[in-house]
Design a protein around this ligand. Structure first.
Ligand SMILES: Cc1cc2nc3c(=O)[nH]c(=O)nc-3n(C[C@H](O)[C@H](O)[C@H](O)COP(=O)(O)O)c2cc1C
Length: 214
């Protein structure tokens, strides 16, 4: 059956779910589609300076719940998808991405050297925290697209920043990968009895206020 729902319909359908049904699991096929939407997100200079971490292991979810604003969501959702950004930019990281890109396109390595030299000149002079902040911003585009893809699949989600970065980074040993957690999304099926937001009107500030036109 061809869905006649538009992207706007799907975005109106979704909401930040407040309670999940722990007995309902999202298929791995659908998790792959959500991750694929994140993978296809545009990023600054195409660096994709983050990893998308899929947590399905219940024991790990239970551990991650410590310090979370919605510990029940963490425990009861089917999967948690975490976005963790590079802790800094390095010459090697930039070159790796651009070497891969030129190889994939059948171009000689170094084809974009004048551009990558500019990137290195800007980023490598900056403190690591500023690099991380830039990388972290890229993750939100992926988060948004992943939320939209889940909505199209009629899978419930909650975007979340309400968690302990220390706990997440420690449990997943992210420092080892040169990563720091930024944001996450709970993925699953709502417990419609307990999900108090599910029956409430979606509220957004009116367009006239939201948009400035010149
Ligand atoms: C970056 C980000 C972080 C958020 N963090 C949390 C969170 O930690 N816990 C939570 O319950 N909701 C969280 N939310 C959900 C927002 O409160 C919610 O998206 C917003 O109120 C709009 O409601 P809607 O998503 O239901 O349309 C977050 C949303 C975003 C985009």
């Amino acid at each position: 059956m061809i869905s006649r729902m538009t992207l706007i319909d799907h975005l109106n359908w979704r909401h930040a779910v407040k309670a999940y049904d722990a007995t309902k699991k999202v298929s791995e096929e659908n998790i792959d589609k959500i991750v694929e939407a994140a993978r296809l997100a545009p990023t600054s200079s195409g660096l994709q300076p983050f990893k998308t971490i899929v947590v399905r292991d219940q024991k790990i979810k239970d551990q991650l719940a410590k310090g979370a604003l919605n510990p029940e969501c963490m425990r009861d959702c089917s999967h948690v998808i975490i976005f963790a950004a590079w802790d800094r930019y390095t010459e090697e990281r930039i070159d790796k991405v651009y070497d891969f890109t030129t190889d994939e396109r059948g171009l000689p390595r170094g084809r974009f050297k004048s551009y990558t030299d500019k990137l290195k000149d800007i980023y490598l002079k900056q403190p690591a925290e500023l690099n991380f902040a830039h990388a972290a911003r890229q993750t939100y585009i992926a988060l948004g697209l992943a939320l939209a893809q889940a909505a199209e699949l009629k899978i419930d989600t909650t975007p979340a920043e309400g968690f302990s970065n220390e706990v997440v980074d420690e449990i997943l040993d992210l420092r080892k990968w040169g990563l720091k957690s930024v944001s996450m999304m709970y993925v699953g099926y709502a417990d419609t009895e307990k999900d108090w937001l599910g029956t409430m009107k979606k509220v957004r500030i009116p367009k006239e206020e939201f948009v400035l036109e010149f």
